[in-house]
Write a protein of this length. Sequence first.
Length: 521
Amino acid sequence: MPRAGPQLERALELRRAIYPPTDPLVVDSRVDFARYLVVVSRFDEALERIGPALESAHTDPPRDAHVWAYATLGRIHGVRGRHAEAEASFKQAVDFSRRVHGEQHVTTLWLQPLLAYAAGQRRQLVRAESLAREFLAQHTEILGPDHSIVGTTMRILAMALVERGSMAEEAESLARRASEIHRKQLGPESGELVRDLVTLADAIRQLRRREESEAVAREAVAVAERVTTDADFLRFLAYRSLAMSLRATDPAAAAEHFRKAIETQRGVAIDRIAITDVHFRRAVALREIGRAAEAADCLREAFDVSKHHAETELGPAELGPEVILYYLACTERQLGNLAEANRLLRETTEICDPRRPERPIAWIDWIDLLLELHESADPSEASTHLDEIAAAVRQLEQFRKESPTAANRVSADLAAAALHIARGELNAAEPLIQSAFEGSRKAGARRAVGRAECLRADLFIRRRRFDAAERLLLTLDRAARSQTPFEIDDVLLVTRRLVKLYEAWEKPDEAARWRERIPGR
C-alpha cells in the first residue's frame, strides 16, 4: 500500500476537481488516502481526511467508505493509547461492515479480531481471550485453517494469553502457527509476520528460554527493518521485544535497543503509556550498568510523558507518575545528589497511594535516606531529619489504621524501627524489625524483607557486632545480585550499608572497595 500513496492522492485530486466536496466519490477517495496516511504514520492528516465520512456515516446509506473510516479512526486511537475509543470505533466499523457486506464477508471477518485486540490493550484480558477464541472458531470454519485472517486471530489470542501470564505454552503454539500461516500467505517480509514474531518472542521469554526468545526477537527486528507498511510502529514493537529479551543477560544491549524503540517514535503520535514504559525500562538498564546520569534524563522524559496519561487511559500501575518519580529519586541518590533525592522522595510520598501494595517502599526508602542524611549531618541540623522521620512514622501509622494491609503494617513497623535506631533505642527497634521481617516474608514481599534485614544489619553495626553484620550483608548482597535482572536499588541499599559497616569497623580498604561498587557515582 505505501507505493500506492501518490496514486491515491492523485485520484482524490481528480475527483475533487470534478465533484463537490460532499459527493460520495470524493468522500470515498478521502478515506482511501487516509488509510495510506495511517500506514506511513501521518495520523493527524489521516484524521482530517476521514472527517466527512464520519459525519455522513449516520445520515447517508451505509457503504464501504464508512466501514473503513471507522476502522481507520480505531487505528489512530489505538496508536495514541486511547484504547476505549479505539474499541468503540472498531465496533462501529464491524457493525457497518455487517450491514454493507454481511456477517461472513472477508471485511467483517478481518475487522472482528480488532475488537479482541482493543480489549486486550485495555487490560480486559479475560474478555479479550473470550472474543479471540470465539472469532478464531468462526474464522477457521468459514475461511479454513490456513487463511491469513485466521493467523491474525491466533496471534491476538496469543497476545491475550501472554498478558495473562499463565498460559505461555498455548500462546507460543498459537503465535508459532500464526507465523507459519503468514509466511505462507503473505511472504517473509509482512507486517503481520513481525507482529507474530514479537508475540512468539514474548511467549518464549515467559517460558524462560532466553536465548531462543532473543533469536526470535532478532528475526522480528530484521523483518521490521525491511517492511514499508506501518514501519515506525513495527520497528518500535520489534526493538522493544529484543530489548526485553536481552534485559536479563546484557543490560547494555537492552538499553541500546530500548533507545532505538524510542527513536522510532520521535515525532509520531504513539501510545504514551507504551513509550513511557520503554523510557522507564531503558532507565532501569542504564542504572544497572552505571550510566545513572543518562538514566536520570530518561526518567525525566518518562515523567513528562506520564503526566499526560490522563488524556488517554490509566496505564498499568507501575507506570504512574509517582512510580517514575520514585525511581528518579533513587537515581539521584545513586549519583550522590542526596538533597535532590530527598526532595523527590518527599514529593513521591505526597502523591503515592498507600493502599497499593508496592507504594510503601517509597516511604521506607525515603526514611532510609533521612537516616543517611541524619548520620552525616552537622549536629545542629541532625534533629531536622529526626523530626521528618517521626512525621513519616506518624503518617504510616495512620495509613495502617485506615487500611490495615500487610504492606502498610510492615511499612509502619519498619518506619518505627528506623526511628528507634536513629535515636539509639536499639532494644525497642528489635521486635519491630522481626515483626516486619515475618510479615513481609509471609506476604511474599521480597523487597520489604530486604529492607527489614538491612535494619537488622544496622542494629548489629550499632551494637558493634561487626561479624554478624558482615555475614548478613554479604548474604543479602549475593541474593540481590542473583536476581535476573537484579533490582539495582536493592543492591545499592546493601552496598551502602557494607561501606558503613567497614567504616565503623575501621577497615578503610574494605569500605573503599565497596564504595567503588556503587555504579554511576
